[in-house]
Design a protein around this ligand. Sequence first.
Ligand SMILES: CC(C)(COP(=O)(O)OP(=O)(O)OC[C@H]1O[C@@H](n2cnc3c(N)ncnc32)[C@H](O)[C@@H]1OP(=O)(O)O)[C@@H](O)C(=O)NCCC(=O)NCCS
Length: 349
Amino acid sequence: MPVPDVDRYRPEDRRAVDALYRRVFGHDAAEASRLRWEWQYRRNPNNPGGEPEIWVAREGPAIVGQYATMPVRLYVKGREVMGSWGMDVMVAPERQRRGLGEVLFRTWDRNVGASLGLGLSDASYRLFRKLRWPDVGPVPCLVKPLTRRAFRHPRLPVAINRIISALTWPIVLFLARMRPLGAEVRMMQRFDDSFTALWERLAPRFDLAVGRDAAYLNWKFVGAPHVRYLIAALIRDGQTAGYAVYRHLHEPRGRVTLLVDFLVDPDDHDGFLTLLRWVDREARQEDSDKIRAFAMHAGFRRLMRRSGYFQVKSTMEFVVKVNGTNVPPEFYEHTDTWHVTLGDSDQDR
Ligand SMILES: CC(C)(COP(=O)(O)OP(=O)(O)OC[C@H]1O[C@@H](n2cnc3c(N)ncnc32)[C@H](O)[C@@H]1OP(=O)(O)O)[C@@H](O)C(=O)NCCC(=O)NCCS
């Protein structure tokens, strides 16, 4: 069998890639991806040369695999490297388990300053591990219950769920009590240049984080075609001091507010608690049963626990390999000051 060539995606590949996507991931996922595609791959402000960062495996005229990625400016111990999130990776079903996935992973990795993966399928997680990508996940998940329904469990009988609700009611009342806001919070439609300045000020505070300048934030959280986000800015003495991005949704088990992304100085405890209280109020107004967030940074998690969040089991696996700057092996063991959220990669979709 001929060895497939792996090279960059060209506009005329689109139909063949769409067809392969449908075969590997199914019709619904393919439809959802089609709706996001232009935004996700073409409009990313960090695309090198303005082109989508996608590799395809060709066998003659046929396309038998792809690795589609999301380039980001990654900050690693104060240095900027061009990283990219690996996301839509696939190999034609009849070609799987013959080494083609490995060729795609390695081609991507050779071409980027850091290769990152978040929320992986079982197959790709195993392949990352087989190829010895540093495994630093999962990114912790935190939940704050707001109503008794937050404790419902789908596999338990109704009567038991009622007893759990009754027993947990005092806890819910205690956690959900209103607290005053410590600074001004303002809803916004877009991120202005003051957020780029905020990011530049805060970047050195994180050992690893995706760059959150205004161009990235507007693309990611204002321009996304598949979901609508709410954005709250923290203002102190007339200056931008932080933000929270969130949305409300219905899940089979109840209403949830997702705290998708946020940024504030990790030492600005009042600032972060104020943003959390703002999201509490918004969630309560929408009648949400709980708030869910993902956060890697230990300082942020500590404040979230103080604010009534519980850490629960997370399935958001995280792997990262830094190539563009020298990091010692221990770098991957100390992740307490890394800032990674649900807003990273294409996890919220
Ligand atoms: C993930 C994927 C791209 C890997 O491509 P591939 O050509 O099969 O990968 P390779 O042959 O280079 O590597 C095989 C290794 O990948 C992992 N792997 C691949 N498919 C797997 C599966 N179905 N179950 C468990 N592990 C799997 C294993 O580590 C395997 O090693 P092994 O064969 O020694 O056990 C391919 O399996 C695929 O398209 N899967 C479906 C789509 C998908 O899950 N995409 C990831 C989205 S995050």
